[in-house]
Design a protein around this ligand. Structure first.
Ligand code: G3H
Ligand code: ZN
Length: 288
């Protein structure tokens, strides 16, 4: 079976993207896996610090590994948005396939220092583990928003600078970079976020030469994804739209079966709702 490193490399060469979808429960994991399996595409499961604390760090690792082994399927686990070296180490030691050190709020120097420490530790454990870093602030919460999050600025001078990005990648040896390119975490109520800056995406990609990761994919359009992927993005993260779908599926399941008390019955609609969203996104990411 291909490693995650190979899947991402292949995606970059083919100008498609690997989908990264967050979970905080088993239902979402099944919905995501079924969607990927129906299209025969590799997929990354994301678990942020909060999400993996809810499931359990060893438990989420075991769940994803069990699906990979049972189905002989390229499904991978990423330690999404991790804010300290200690928690990156914990995820690597638990067996995650990739980690993100999120030092977007730190000074450039501090971000370089801790990212470098994470890269060195990952390499010492298993050179196949991918390390991603963040440069540029894009907000922190996957939720439905009434306004662009505080601290996120979309004017050109606030986006990630390609020269700084190149310097950052050279100094840290990181495998993938998450830049600020007009994206932000969460989705505006109504479901349509401002357009991404494709020129900047291209400039950063050319400067750094490593795969770019688009965070905050909820609310972006099919055209945004296609252009970003054609210009250097090799992984796209979606979370808010999955959370919304899960909740709508749950409400539907409860409304349709008001007397049902078996979770495995009234949660079927949640699994299906997550599956549908993920399948739609994967089609966009792979020009299907
Ligand atoms: O790391 C998670 C993603 O960047 C999710 O962003 O909630 O806007 O889809 P989103
Ligand atoms: Zn993110």
């Amino acid at each position: 079976m291909k490693t995650l490193r190979e899947c991402v490399k292949e995606a970059k060469e083919n100008k498609v993207a690997v989908g990264h979808f967050n979970i905080s429960n088993l239902e979402a994991l099944w919905g995501i896996f079924r969607a990927a399996q129906s299209l025969n595409l590799p997929v990354i499961i994301g678990a942020s610090e909060g999400e993996r604390d809810y499931i359990g760090v060893p438990q989420v690792t075991a769940l994803v590994k069990s699906i990979r082994e049972q189905y002989n399927y390229p499904i991978f686990l990423n330690a999404d948005h991790t804010y300290s070296f200690e928690r990156v180490k914990e995820a690597i030691d638990a067996g995650f396939d990739s980690v993100i050190f999120d030092g977007a709020k730190l000074s450039f120097e501090e971000n370089v220092k801790i990212t470098k420490q994470c890269v060195e530790y990952a390499r010492s454990v298993n050179p196949d583990i991918l390390v991603e870093a963040e440069l540029g602030f894009i907000g922190t919460s996957s939720k439905v928003l009434d306004a662009i999050p505080d601290g996120v600025l979309l004017d050109e001078s606030s986006l990630t600078d390609p020269v700084k990005a190149k310097e950052f990648v050279e100094q840290t040896g990181v495998d993938m970079l998450a830049p600020a390119i007009g994206n932000f975490h969460g989705m505006l109520r109504g479901g349509i976020d401002p357009k991404l800056n494709i020129e900047r995406t291209k400039a950063i990609s050319e400067a750094v030469g490593i795969p770019l990761v688009l965070h905050g994919g909820s609310g972006n359009s099919e055209d945004d994804f296609k252009q970003a992927i054609a210009n250097g993005v090799s992984i796209v993260h979606i979370n808010t739209e999955i959370r919304v779908a899960f909740k709508q599926g749950l409400m539907l399941g409860l409304n349709e079966n008001p007397d049902e008390v078996a979770p495995y019955k009234y949660l079927k609609t949640s699994i299906k709702a997550v599956q549908d969203v993920v399948e739609k996104k994967l089609r966009f990411f792979n020009n299907i």
